[in-house]
Unconditional design. Sequence first.
Length: 454
Amino acid sequence: MRIGLVPNLNSLDGGIYQYSVTMLRALRDWGSPDEDQWTVFTPDRTRHPAVTKFESARWSVKPLLPPTLRRQVSTAVKRAAGDAAYSTATRWLSSRGRKFTAPGAIESSRLDVVKRRPEFQRWFSRQGMELMLYSSTNSLSFESRIPYVMAIHDVQHRLQPEFPEVSANGEWEWREYLFRNGTRYATIIIAESEVGREDILNLYGPYGLTPDRVKTLPFLPSYYPGLQGMESEQRRVADVYDLPEGYLFYPAQFWPHKNHARLVQALALLQREHGLKIPIVFSGFYAGEIREATYNYVMKLAHQLGVQDQIHYIGYVPDEDMPGLYAGALALAMPTFFGPTNIPTLEAWAFNCPVLTSDVRGIREQTGDAAILVNPVSVEAIADGLRRLATDGDLRRTLAQRGQQRLAGYSPQDYYRRLTEIVNEAKSLVRSGQSWPGAASDGKPGRDIPYAEH
């Protein structure tokens, strides 16, 4: 069978990016049947290291966007200017006079009307695609009318719409259009945990999604080079970023739901009431209206509370530096409001780094007794958890050991097995004409879908 894979290789997308890289590596190493032909569709078909090794007899790499003269010119300009200059210029141009907006303007009364994308249907069909695999939610899945498997990582716009990053300026409507139709017409939906699967079915079962169409594929910790020689890596990374001794680490973009502000307040409380001065290292992007506003607020708050010298922001961190950052940290401090599960927890365990995270549904099932769980709303609870970590070496060692034990349940072998089973079941549904749940009885995609021209 000819299968297309659409990974999300934008490192700005954090965990979804790491999830995509993990899936790429798994499929590259997976001995699929000889009759399967895979095509990786990516905006940059040659430059990402996770893609460069895919050219072979059974693997090819194609551009995601159908080739047009405008896109060819854009690619030529990008190559002439270089990636950095091109990205800087396009970010500057797009920021002039624009505020944060959702990817597409969707009226709430038209959430069930699919915007047909015939150019993508023709492009995928021209490559002979019979089944598509999307590592994250993508409207092309149902707009291009090719049977598909798609991963859904969270449904927080329905669960916690008070956070602007999932609801403001049309974002809620866009996500609902994407998730509602993405689940309705999928051959198979992938959830990252049983809690995530339950949420997806509870919210989108009323739109036709059935339990047999939702499979679970747990996260794996991200693959990072440099697993050997960790002491030298710690020293190297400490020198590169001028890291303080005994730092907490939080790799997260500055979205409000990441809860950086309460971490800063907790550090101030510990200094004021216990005389503890604990440094923390923040990494990640803060581009965009919401993230930039959050970053500015957090840094202003740190100054107001007198803990600015404890805050160390190091920006975007390349993959090769992550092992040393985790291994050298006192603990991962991650009081996020969002789950259901999170990749940094697994990464911390992989490098014997104790974990403090949120006592919320999904995360508590992921961590069990291998983390200090705190109420993310409570500054006092966060501060108390940080105090325990900072003052109790035995607790840190116990948590690190439990994390290693729990991580053993997230083996690459189990991941590959589950992914193989999902793809094979999807192939069977395609062959039997049952791959498009929203279609008419003949199984042909799109006959019963209310389409609007894009």
